[in-house]
Design a protein around this ligand. Structure first.
Ligand code: COA
Length: 373
C-alpha cells in the first residue's frame, strides 16, 4: 500500500460577515412583524406567536459570534431572508466552482505545486448547486487539471469523506495527487426564519491536497489512519431535491431547507463520535497522551468540549481542541478542515493530531495525521 500524506490546505473566505447582533435584529424584526400581522389569530389561539431570538442564547448554546456569507443583504432583508445569488450564464464559472478554484489555488501555492501535477479533483460538500455536470469537473477544467473529477455529498461528513476517498485513491495507486475541495454555501440551505437554527451556519470553502508521501513536500502530514462510519438518522434533514418540482404542494415547505432536532443530535452524536475516536486510537496504538491536537467538526462549542473530554479523560485546553466557531459558525463539512488549516503550523515533527468530522446522515470520519519528521 502506498503511504498518503496531506501536502497542504487552502481557504477561501467569503466577502461579507454577519454578527449575531445583526442576525438577531433581522430575525426579531421579522418575528415582531409576523406577530403584529397575525395578532388576531394569535389572540384566538389559531396561530402560534413567534418568540424572539437572543444573542446571549446563541453564544452560550453554540459558541458562535459571527459568520461569513456569500451575500449579506438578502439574508438580513426580512422580506427575503436568503442569500441573493443570481443564476449565472452557463458560460460563466459557477459560484461553487469559483469558491473552489480560489481555495484550491491557495492549497496548491502552499504545497508549491502546479495544477498540472494534480491527477484528480473531488468536490465534497453538503449541497451541490446542480446535479450535473459535476462541480468538481468544472473546478478541474478551470484549474487546467488532467485526470478526472467528481462530486461527493454526505452532509457535514462530506469534506472528511472526500479526504478519505482521496487517501484510498493514493493508497491503491490510482492517483498521486488529489485535490479535495469543499465549497459550503450553507446560508443558502439554512432557514433564517427558524429561531432554533437561523444562527447556526456560515459559508466558506476549504481545499486539501492529498498526495503520495514520496512526492509530498517536506512539511506534509503523514496520514496514519482513516475510518468512516455512518448511521441513518432523520434528526438532521434537508428534503430539497430534483423530485420537488413533481409535487405541486411541496413548493416553499420549510423541510426543503435545513431542519434538525438539535438536542437529539447532540445526545446521539457525542457518544457515537467519541467511541469511534477511541476505538480508532486503540487500533493505532495511540494513547490519549500521544495525541497533540484534535481538529473537530465545528458545529457547537459544547459538543467539541464534551467529545474532547471523553477522548482525553479530562477537559481539553483550547490548544488541544481549538475552535473556530466564534468567527466562522458551523460551515458544515469545511469546519474541521478550517480548524486544521488555522491551528496546525505550530506542531512539531512527529506530533500527531486528529481531523474529525460528523453530521447529517449521521456521517462521521476520523483521520489521524502526524507532522512529517
Ligand atoms: N434565541 C433564544 N432562545 C432560543 C433560541 C434563540 N435563537 N433558540 C432556541 N431557544 C430556546 C428554546 O426555545 C428553548 O427554550 P425552553 O427551554 O423554554 O424550551 C431553549 O432556548 C433551549 O433550546 P434548545 O434547542 O434545546 O437549545 P440547545 O441548548 O439544545 O441548543 C443547538 C441548540 C442547536 C445549539 C444545540 O442543540 C446543538 O448544537 N445541537 C447539535 C447540532 C448539530 O451538531 N447539528 C449538526 C448540524 S451539522
Amino acid at each position: 500500500m502506498i503511504a498518503a500524506a496531506i501536502s497542504a490546505t487552502g481557504l477561501f473566505t467569503p466577502p461579507f460577515s454577519i454578527s449575531n447582533e445583526e442576525l438577531v435584529a433581522s430575525y426579531n424584526a421579522y418575528a415582531e412583524r409576523f406577530n403584529r400581522e397575525n395578532a388576531e389569530a394569535i389572540a384566538a389561539g389559531r396561530v402560534e406567536a413567534l418568540e424572539l431570538s437572543s444573542t446571549e442564547f446563541i453564544e452560550k448554546a453554540s459558541g458562535i459570534k459571527s459568520r461569513y456569507v456569500m451575500n449579506k443583504e438578502g439574508i438580513l432583508d426580512i422580506d427575503f431572508m436568503h442569500p441573493r445569488i443570481p443564476d449565472r450564464p452557463n458560460e460563466q464559472l459557477s459560484i461553487m466552482a469559483e469558491m473552489g478554484v480560489a481555495a484550491a489555488k491557495d492549497a496548491l501555492t502552499r504545497a508549491g505545486r502546479d495544477a498540472r501535477d494534480v491527477d484528480a479533483v473531488i468536490c465534497a460538500a453538503s449541497n451541490m448547486q446542480r446535479a450535473y455536470p459535476a462541480i468538481g469537473i468544472e473546478i478541474q477544467d478551470a484549474l487546467g487539471i488532467g485526470g478526472y473529477a467528481f462530486d461527493l455529498v454526505c452532509g457535514c461528513g462530506s469534506a472528511a469523506y472526500g479526504i478519505a476517498t482521496a487517501v484510498d485513491m493514493v493508497r491503491v495507486g490510482r492517483a498521486k495527487s488529489v485535490l479535495v475541495v469543499s465549497p459550503e454555501i450553507t446560508s443558502a440551505h439554512n432557514n433564517h426564519q427558524s429561531r432554533d437554527s437561523h444562527f447556526i451556519f456560515g459559508d466558506l470553502c476549504t481545499a486539501v491536497l492529498v498526495e503520495a508521501a514520496d512526492v509530498a513536500p517536506p512539511h506534509a502530514w503523514a496520514v496514519l489512519g482513516v475510518k468512516l462510519k455512518s448511521q441513518f438518522s432523520n434528526n438532521i434533514r434537508n428534503n430539497y431535491g430534483f423530485l420537488n418540482i413533481c409535487d405541486p404542494e411541496g413548493v416553499g415547505k420549510p423541510d426543503k431547507l435545513f431542519v434538525q432536532e438539535g438536542r437529539k443530535v447532540f445526545k446521539e452524536v457525542v457518544p457515537l463520535v467519541s467511541e469511534m475516536i477511541l476505538s480508532h486510537m486503540a487500533e493505532l496504538n495511540l494513547a490519549p497522551n500521544l495525541l497533540r491536537r484534535m481538529w473537530l467538526h465545528q458545529a457547537n462549542s459544547n459538543m467539541i468540549r464534551l467529545i474532547s473530554q471523553r477522548v482525553l479523560g479530562r477537559e481539553a485546553t483550547e490548544d488541544e481542541s481549538p475552535s473556530v466557531l466564534h468567527e466562522y459558525a458551523n460551515t458544515s463539512s469545511a469546519g474541521a478542515v478550517i480548524a486544521f488549516h488555522k491551528h496546525s503550523d505550530d506542531l512539531k515533527p512527529g506530533e500527531r493530531g486528529l481531523i474529525c468530522a460528523f453530521g447529517a446522515g449521521y456521517s462521521a470520519a476520523t483521520i489521524f495525521v502526524a507532522k512529517a519528521a
